[in-house]
Design a protein around this ligand. Structure first.
Ligand code: GAL
Length: 383
């Protein structure tokens, strides 16, 4: 079986090398393959990722590309630079070039309906990667994490950090507050932002209702809390504004719900610039996060950021490749959720993965022992 595959791969490679030598055509920058699919029978998968400003999407792109190549497919991988027209154009080009399947992590989940119509006309299956694509019937499958539960975990870690919940995240903690907390959300055009927010708010609500948590700014709507494109600088600016508008009377901020590590680092920078101390004891609030980005894992290790959520993107990439292989063999991929992800036109069959809360005391067991980061990377904060 294995040797047959290698022979087939070798033949495909020889053919595609011959094709390249013949016309000299190469891919544009950042492309893994600019060649039209299928002359030699090798199938090509178009992979559209949102941005390279966050290391997770670079890692996702590479992991999906590696997995597809190992399975014998050609890959056309593009990053959209967080710019909607760029991503639309990249997907248009993939379709024109004749890819056999699309894997898309959207920038704006509502902006790709035209592209997906064109894909459907050509019979190209579409897998939404991590972020759901809304408002179209032409998204076939969705691989992601249990995004509501990610929000629950973010809020749980905040409550643990404040001492309102015990370390196990279940029993009541030793503290009763009241604690001043501010809330941040992700980008409103990303469907995930709403799931994270809902999971978090449902978890915090009982504590807000009984006065143990006070959102002193009063900014408890997702529209107010949102961070367009999940940008660190945008979050830093909002935190600075909140400190000026709400905490310049000397009152102390105890915790910040942050939905993503880049946002967390913007928040922490604003707090440090305003004189909040480097360690929790010295007064830095409890700040949550998501993605286990290496810069934030170091901050957690150093006692600066309190927590993050680990979503093993290697597993997500594997799941995307498995689903792609099913479609390319003419089969339906296996879903484990057919109820949750309604994209306003249909419920998209999904495969959901589980996530974990990272605290300083489990960096080693969750991230280092699993090979996600090395000890040296955790110490340096560099990938
Ligand atoms: C979300 C994703 C998060 C985080 C965020 C910012 O869609 O689910 O894990 O990466 O985007 O990139």
């Amino acid at each position: 079986m294995k040797s047959l595959k290698i022979v087939a791969l070798g033949a495909a490679l020889a053919l595609s090398l011959a094709a390249c030598a013949g016309d000299g055509a190469g891919g544009g920058s950042g492309e893994s393959s600019g060649a039209p699919a299928a002359d030699d029978g090798t199938k090509t998968v178009g992979v559209a990722m949102p941005t390279q400003t966050s290391e997770r999407w670079i890692a996702d792109g590479k992991a999906v590309e590696d997995g597809l190549k190992a399975a014998g497919y050609e890959v056309n991988l593009q990053f959209g630079n967080d710019d909607i027209p760029t991503q639309q154009q990249q997907i248009d080009q993939m379709i024109t070039k004749g890819v056999d399947l699309l894997i898309v992590a959207s920038i704006d989940g509502t902006a790709l309906a035209n592209q997906l119509d064109a894909a459907a006309e050509k019979g190209i299956p579409v897998i939404a990667y991590d972020r759901l694509i809304n408002g179209t019937k032409n998204v076939d499958f969705y691989v992601t994490f249990d995004n509501y539960n990610v929000g629950v975990q973010q809020a749980t870690s905040l409550l643990v950090g404040l001492g309102l919940l015990a370390e196990d995240g279940k029993a009541a903690g030793a503290e009763s507050g009241p604690f001043n907390v501010e809330l941040f959300a992700g980008s409103l055009d990303d469907n995930n932002a709403h799931f994270f927010w809902k999971g978090a708010i449902d978890t915090l609500k009982p504590f807000m209702d009984d006065g143990k948590i006070v959102v002193k700014s009063g900014q408890t709507d997702i529209e107010k809390a949102a961070t367009l494109r999940w940008l660190q600088e945008t979050a830093q600016k909002r935190m600075e504004d909140l400190l000026t508008s709400t905490y310049s009377d000397g009152s102390k901020l105890d915790g910040v719900l942050s939905p993503y590590d880049g946002i967390s680092r913007g928040i922490i920078t604003a707090l440090q610039n305003a004189g909040y101390g480097p360690g929790q004891d010295a007064g830095l609030p409890i700040v949550t996060g998501q993605d286990a980005e290496i810069a934030s894992v170091k901050l957690i290790n150093d006692g600066v950021q309190f927590s993050t959520i680990f979503k093993d993107t290697r597993k997500l990439a594997t799941q995307a490749v498995t689903a792609a292989e099913s479609y390319l063999k003419g089969e339906e991929p296996e879903a484990n959720d057919t109820e949750t992800y309604d994209n306003k036109v249909k419920i998209v069959p999904s495969y959901l993965l589980e996530s974990d809360i990272v605290y300083a005391n489990n960096i080693k067991s969750l991230l280092v022992d699993s090979g996600y980061w090395t000890d040296a990377q955790v110490a340096s904060g560099q990938a």
